[in-house]
Write a protein of this length. Sequence first.
Length: 157
Amino acid sequence: MSVKTKQVQGRRTVRYESLRDLLNDAEKLASADVRTLGNWSFGQILKHNAMSLDSSIDGSGFMLPAPVRWLMSLMMKQKFLTKPIPPGFKSPDSFVPGETSIKEGLSALRAAIERQNRETKRALHPGFGQFTNDEWNQFNLRHAEMHMSFVVPNSDV
């Protein structure tokens, strides 16, 4: 049975200032006893975040129509770059990883972060269109915060 992620209680409050902060949090949680509160395993969350980072370089394979991107940029862009992203959006199937171990997910996240630091090219965002590298970074951090908030140490029970 699928969890309605908009209604999940007990999520962590997470805020990252850098990709290094994200990686540090992921590594700390990977060495702890954790559980997830949503529909994905911790390994899947790590892999999904890596896939999202890579899509900011490679593109996502889909784009919303230009008028929708324009409206989203006008009405929602600043919020999605600076405020917590609310849970409950359904990811396209191509961005939902199959079962992934924590080790595999963490390895993918490390590689994606290294790539972000190494490559400067960025693709269009499928919903907002053109982002600067800093805007992509901020979006990816807000996105990762939302997903990582579903990973909680068992000691917090």
